[in-house]
Ligand binder design. Structure first.
Ligand code: NCD
Length: 304
């Protein structure tokens, strides 16, 4: 079990398992982005004969279907377990046994689970590469990679930008992963959230700025990254107003080349009226995500 051996030695190589954005160096990211560019142009079918298992214990539209599309575009096939209730999980099978079972049939597994330690537990018993497709409130490393790729494609650089993250910064795993990735670059970070949904201390660094609203930061923001309240992970106090949204006024005050992003799904934080604004990048973001996920699958399965 190569992944387990490497894991036990603590340094987990991302080509064996993608668990956290901590595993990537800037050179790794350059490599993934270079391959993503080739994937957008002419991928061919390098993964013909390979199979991916999409093991999703939590709802998903984008992550599961983009990995599915990525694998089939590369010539591979997919075992989709998007609704674990129809699998032996409903009979009480453990995560470990389910992962061990799928590893007998497939070459790589994407796992989404509500437990923060799920991906680490899975790696310990799995002898094929695993990709963390979201572990509870912890991380969502492939989303962060595609978010970073979107910033790079839209702005042509990452260094020197000011990124403002707005929303549920406490429970939002995409924010946690992206904040860690952005720390590897010369990027200014602002965090805008309701008081009760602030970024946990472990992700904060000296120089970060925290705000209750967009007013003070919108004009100086190069990238505005918005997330929804993770209501399945917290029980908001109905007496406290935690609603927030980007408005047309905010966009009028924002720079003409600001990039507006959202991992989606959105539930009111960005009104559909803003979709036609050329700065609204959240649909392009999904397309970039397909190429980044193709790059990850191809590279982890030994292409190139
Ligand atoms: C995110 C997730 O699952 O964490 N969705 C996604 O993968 N694009 C964000 C969310 O659900 O709010």
């Amino acid at each position: 079990m190569v992944a387990r051996k490497v894991h036990d030695e603590f340094h987990l190589a991302w080509k064996l398992a993608v668990i956290s954005t901590d595993q990537f160096s800037p050179a790794d990211i350059d490599e993934i982005f270079m391959v993503a560019g080739r994937m957008a142009a002419q991928p061919g079918h390098p993964l013909a004969g390979k199979t991916l298992a999409n093991l999703f214990y939590e709802p998903s539209t984008r992550t599961s279907s983009s990995f599915h599309a990525a694998m089939t575009r590369l010539g591979g096939s997919v075992i989709p377990i998007n609704e674990v209730h129809y699998s032996s999980v409903s009979k009480g099978e453990s995560l470990e046994d389910t992962v061990r079972t799928l590893a007998c049939y497939v070459d790589i597994i994407v796992l989404r689970h509500s437990d923060d330690d799920a991906a680490e537990r899975a790696v310990k018993v799995c002898d094929v590469p695993i990709i963390n497709g979201g572990n509870g409130t912890g991380e969502h490393p492939t989303q962060a990679l595609l978010d970073l790729y979107t910033i790079w494609k839209e702005r042509g650089r990452i260094d020197g930008l000011t990124v403002t993250m707005m929303g549920d910064l406490k429970y939002g795993r995409t924010v946690h992963s992206l904040a860690k990735l952005l720390r590897m670059y010369d990027v200014g970070l602002n965090f805008v959230s309701p008081e009760t949904l602030r970024l946990p201390k472990e992700y904060l660094r000296d120089g970060d700025r925290q705000f209750a609203g967009l007013d003070q930061v919108i004009a100086d923001t190069d990238v505005l990254y918005v997330t929804r309240v993770q209501k399945e992970r917290c029980a908001p106090d109905p007496t406290i107003d935690i609603s927030y949204a980007v408005t047309a006024d905010d966009m009028a005050r924002a720079a003409p080349d600001m990039v507006l992003m959202h991992p989606l799904p959105r539930v009111g934080e960005i009104p559909p009226e803003l979709d036609t604004d050329p700065r609204a990048a959240y649909f392009r973001q999904m397309k970039y995500g397909l190429f980044v996920r193709m790059a990850l699958l191809a590279t982890m399965l030994g292409w190139g």
